[in-house]
Design a protein around this ligand. Structure first.
Ligand SMILES: *[C@@H]1O[C@H](CO)[C@@H](O)[C@H](O)[C@H]1NC(C)=O
Ligand SMILES: *[C@@H]1O[C@H](CO)[C@@H](O)[C@H](O)[C@H]1NC(C)=O
Ligand SMILES: *[C@@H]1O[C@H](CO)[C@@H](O)[C@H](O)[C@H]1NC(C)=O
Ligand SMILES: *[C@@H]1O[C@H](CO)[C@@H](O)[C@H](O)[C@H]1NC(C)=O
Ligand SMILES: *[C@@H]1O[C@H](CO)[C@@H](O)[C@H](O)[C@H]1NC(C)=O
Ligand SMILES: *[C@@H]1O[C@H](CO)[C@@H](O)[C@H](O)[C@H]1NC(C)=O
Ligand SMILES: *[C@@H]1O[C@H](CO)[C@@H](O)[C@H](O)[C@H]1NC(C)=O
Ligand SMILES: *[C@@H]1O[C@H](CO)[C@@H](O)[C@H](O)[C@H]1NC(C)=O
Ligand SMILES: *[C@@H]1O[C@H](CO)[C@@H](O)[C@H](O)[C@H]1NC(C)=O
Ligand SMILES: *[C@@H]1O[C@H](CO)[C@@H](O)[C@H](O)[C@H]1NC(C)=O
Ligand SMILES: *[C@@H]1O[C@H](CO)[C@@H](O)[C@H](O)[C@H]1NC(C)=O
Ligand SMILES: *[C@@H]1O[C@H](CO)[C@@H](O)[C@H](O)[C@H]1NC(C)=O
Length: 758
């Protein structure tokens, strides 16, 4: 007891001495007045729609305010964390008043990511004349403003205020106008350890060697992915940049081109890459072969070089130099792989992505040595082999395996177990019967093979527990027999495709137990009867294809009231069609081509994008490319907060791209081919003069023209068929969308609610 009292007294004395005004209360000091004032000033600029910062007014002690952390001895604020707020809980907007935050002399951690701040204010910069006078600098060490998609930083000179920074994360913040970003960062932040600038619209001028040497002595992490570098980055500057401790380099998706020089790693004179664990240069336009030194990066654990134009021979000798490799991504490259049949790699991979590579025809035998493989993608790789028991044993050990679009042959027995979390065998040459699915399979596709026999017994009778299956695609085989009737065991199913088989009978009522169902494809079978009313239970359904069957009866009214794409062509339906197609807010796409004997000429979308497009609140994907749309992009488009994919390229849109949460986050390619369009993410600046001559009347007329041509175009497209992009679940970053493209290059937009698939 006495010891505790002494400690408390020492605390008290200490805090008094240090702060001059800290007062001990309930075992810790009250925050410093100066800090409370600075935080209150910062608070002034914030918009807080969810009242997350209510503690900031009710609590006296600012150390108890949400997100604030103080040194418990001095009472000075050391950390402010208002980020990672889940479910919009503290989705703050407005201004980040850095000038006030810099008043927090002891603040060294600042995290404001994942909000919707739109502006940022810095203290005035010292002019160059009196640069000799001491600048007030903040003691920030960690700064994270990432994923405030509306935030723009026109220049980075403010970094001069934070010379102690070791960690800088600005992912998703637009820095498009700072042309010498790298030089600014290296000049002002000599102690930087981690630099995260993914998705910042960075431009290539910033890495021009003429700007001089870039001197990061202690950088360990460099993330410049998803930018518009548009340069030959493997000029010497890059290797001057690499510091002795760099361990993580991500340059994927950043529009790099050219070759990696054979003299790439002058370990002796230039950078030292000897501690590199992650190197990602995937999805660029890099070409040529990889230099020999590349294969000496023995610490490498993660290597991503796919989706480039690399070529040359890659043999087991190359990979023998990478004993620590765990993740290897070499998608769609022209490498000539030369692996011996008895090769035993020094590594144990967890993830291997090599789709669209020249691997086949034989199954690479070295894969059998990879006991920890969790994810394998060998789709479209020219594999052509007989699937023996060894193959199935190997595959069973891999959590996610993708062999889509090869020529694997062999007969599957109905007793073969599928144990994988996800397996894609679509487009192969397998025969036999439907294998047994373990209840833990989430994704199973064996579409476009030659399987036959009934579905029902193999699917239903073997399923002892409730299945976790989300995606089941058995289409384009020759399965026969009755439509299975055990759907109450498959309550997680979101995507069911049994089209292109020889199924007979009715859709059973148990289909109504699939309350998670989003897409149902039953086209090209011999199914008959009514559309069962229990389908109403499937409230998530947005895609229903019943075409080319023998269904009869009325098209139920409720079906057309859902936000749904409905394909009913070539059936025996009778009665009238309840059309509500014109209400954009609950768009239904109907394909009734054969039903109406529709005769529509080719057309293209014309006019302006209607300003009420913002009413389609749940629009996740909008593709209006390659049309003749004119006028400005409506401001209301920025209301579409779920929009994950946008393509307005190749139209005649003009004016400035509205500023919004998402519109600037899309790729340049979303907007290109509109010569009169300007503003971020396009590199073209908007000039002052603005055309506002168009009267409202014109606009109304033009948007009516749009609606008319949209409806006509829709008919054309569906009359000639369409295909689905993003049909596989093997996820692509940013591919949380699906969109439909028509064969004649005419695009429509659809209301989609496509949730997480896997
Ligand atoms: C003060 O903070 C330090 C470091 O965070 C911690 O170890 C210590 O237990 C704290 N003391 C009190 C009294 O909370
Ligand atoms: C900086 O220089 C300006 C004139 O160039 C002067 O008015 C100002 O007082 C100087 N500031 C300091 C802090 O010396
Ligand atoms: C700069 O530092 C001085 C002395 O530490 C202080 O009086 C002044 O308020 C500071 N100015 C700013 C803008 O922080
Ligand atoms: C790279 O560093 C070397 C050695 O310090 C120097 O000679 C060369 O000019 C630098 N190149 C660039 C582009 O900075
Ligand atoms: C790089 O920075 C270090 C430490 O700041 C310094 O010692 C060194 O001279 C710099 N090198 C160049 C070429 O600027
Ligand atoms: C490279 O780094 C390693 C370990 O960090 C060190 O042992 C080696 O001497 C360095 N080489 C050069 C040329 O700096
Ligand atoms: C690649 O390998 C083939 C033999 O498979 C050989 O003929 C060719 O010369 C090799 N190319 C290079 C650049 O080594
Ligand atoms: C299927 O794989 C072949 C290579 O074996 C490739 O040329 C073709 O483009 C692939 N098709 C699809 C639809 O991916
Ligand atoms: C599929 O396998 C059969 C033999 O089972 C063979 O005749 C046929 O050519 C194969 N088709 C393809 C596309 O590989
Ligand atoms: C089924 O086959 C048809 C016709 O060959 C093709 O258009 C369709 O894409 C295939 N469906 C699937 C899911 O593979
Ligand atoms: C429809 O869903 C409800 C619960 O949402 C369930 O009780 C009912 O059995 C379902 N109907 C059918 C036919 O599965
Ligand atoms: C765009 O505007 C900025 C600032 O307004 C200017 O610095 C830049 O040079 C302009 N870029 C082009 C391509 O005109």
């Amino acid at each position: 007891m006495p010891i505790i009292i002494i400690v408390v007294v020492i605390f008290m004395l200490n805090s008094h001495r240090v702060t001059g005004q800290g007062i001990l209360k309930q075992n810790h000091v009250l925050c410093h007045d100066k800090d409370r004032n600075a935080l209150s000033a910062f608070r002034q600029g914030i918009e807080d729609p969810h009242k997350s910062l209510s503690s900031w007014s009710t609590e006296q002690d600012c150390c108890n305010w949400l997100g604030v952390e103080c040194n418990n001895i001095t009472g000075r604020v050391t950390m402010l964390e208002l980020s990672s707020c889940s479910e919009f809980k503290c989705f703050l907007g407005g201004e980040i008043d850095m000038a006030s935050l810099f008043e927090l002399e002891f603040l060294n951690h600042l995290y404001l990511s994942f909000n919707d701040f739109t502006t940022i204010r810095f203290p005035p910069l010292q002019t160059s004349q009196n640069s000799s006078s001491p600048t007030n600098s903040s003691s920030l060490v960690y700064l994270d403003l990432a994923y405030n998609y509306n935030l723009h930083m026109d220049d980075l000179r403010w970094l001069s205020h934070v010379p102690s920074l070791e960690y800088l994360r600005l992912d998703g913040v637009s820095i498009i106008h700072e042309t010498i970003w790298l030089q600014q960062i290296s000049m002002f932040l000599p102690s930087l350890l981690e630099l995260h600038l993914s998705n910042c619209f960075l431009v290539g001028t910033g890495i021009n060697p003429s700007l001089g040497r870039v001197n990061f002595t202690s950088l360990t992490v460099l993330d410049l992915s998803y930018n518009f570098l548009d340069s030959e980055i493997f000029d010497e500057w890059f290797f001057n940049l690499s510091s002795s401790t760099i361990s993580y380099i991500d340059l994927s998706f950043s529009h790099l081109r050219g070759q990696i020089p054979q003299t790439m790693m002058h370990f002796q004179t230039l950078g030292n890459l000897s501690s590199l664990t992650l190197l990602a240069v995937g999805k660029n336009q890099l070409s040529g072969s990889l230099p020999r030194e590349f294969w000496k990066l023995s610490t490498l654990e993660y290597l991503s070089i796919g989706y480039n134009s690399f070529s040359g021979n890659l043999s087991e000798q190359n990979f023998n130099g990478l004993p620590n490799l765990q993740i290897l991504m070499v998608e769609a490259t022209a490498f000539n792989f030369q692996f011996g049949v008895s090769w035993k790699p020094p590594f144990q991979l967890q993830e291997l992505r090599m789709p669209n590579c020249k691997i086949g025809p034989k199954f690479p035998s070295w894969l059998h040595t990879q006991a920890s493989l969790f994810y394998l993608d060998m789709s479209s790789s020219g594999l052509s082999f007989y699937a023996n028991q060894d193959f199935w044993l190997f595959v069973q050990g891999v959590n996610s395996a993708n062999f889509y679009n090869n020529s694997i042959t062999g007969e599957i027995s109905a007793s073969q177990w599928i144990l994988n979390g996800a397996i894609n065998l679509k487009v192969n040459n397998l025969t036999g019967e439907l294998p047994r699915l373990s209840p833990h399979v989430l994704f199973f596709s064996i579409a476009d093979n030659n399987l036959s026999g009934p579905i029902s017994p193999n699917l239903c009778d073997n399923m002892v527990n409730e299945s976790e299956l989300i995606h089941l695609d058995l289409s384009n085989n020759t399965f026969s027999g009755e439509f299975p009737d055990c759907w109450s065991l498959f309550k997680s199913l979101s995507h069911l495709s049994l089209g292109g088989n020889k199924l007979t009978g009715k859709i059973p009522d148990s289909i109504g137990s699939l309350t998670e169902l989003q897409t149902l494809r039953l086209h090209n079978n011999n199914l008959s009867g009514n559309v069962p009313p229990s389908l109403k239970n499937c409230t998530q359904l947005w895609f229903l294809d019943l075409g080319y069957n023998e269904f009869s009866g009325n098209i139920p009214t409720w079906i057309t009231q859902l936000n749904m794409i409905l394909l009913l062509r070539s059936n025996k339906f009778s009665g009238s069609i309840p059309l509500q197609i014109c209400e954009l807010s609950s768009l239904i796409v109907l394909d009734l081509a054969d039903f109406l004997a529709l005769n529509l000429s080719h057309n293209h979308l014309k006019g302006v994008i209607p300003s009420d497009i913002g009413h389609m609140r749940f629009l996740e994907s909008l593709d209006l490319s390659n049309n003749q749309l004119s006028g400005e992009i409506p401001q209301s488009l920025s209301n579409l907060s779920f929009l994950g994919y946008l393509n307005l390229s190749y139209n005649d849109s003009k004016g400035m791209i509205p500023l919004s949460t998402q519109l600037q986050s899309f790729d340049l390619s979303s907007y290109m081919g509109n010569p009169e369009l300007c503003g971020a993410p396009l590199l073209k600046n908007c000039t002052q003069e603005k055309d506002h001559n168009d009267s409202q009347q014109n606009e109304d007329r033009d948007s009516d023209e749009f609606r008319t041509s949209f409806l006509i175009g829709m008919g054309v497209g569906f009359a000639s068929g369409f295909w689905v992009v993003c049909s596989t679940i093997f996820f692509i970053r940013r591919c949380r969308h699906a969109y439909f493209r028509m064969l004649d290059n005419l695009y429509v937009f659809v209301v989609l609610k496509m949730n997480r698939i896997l």
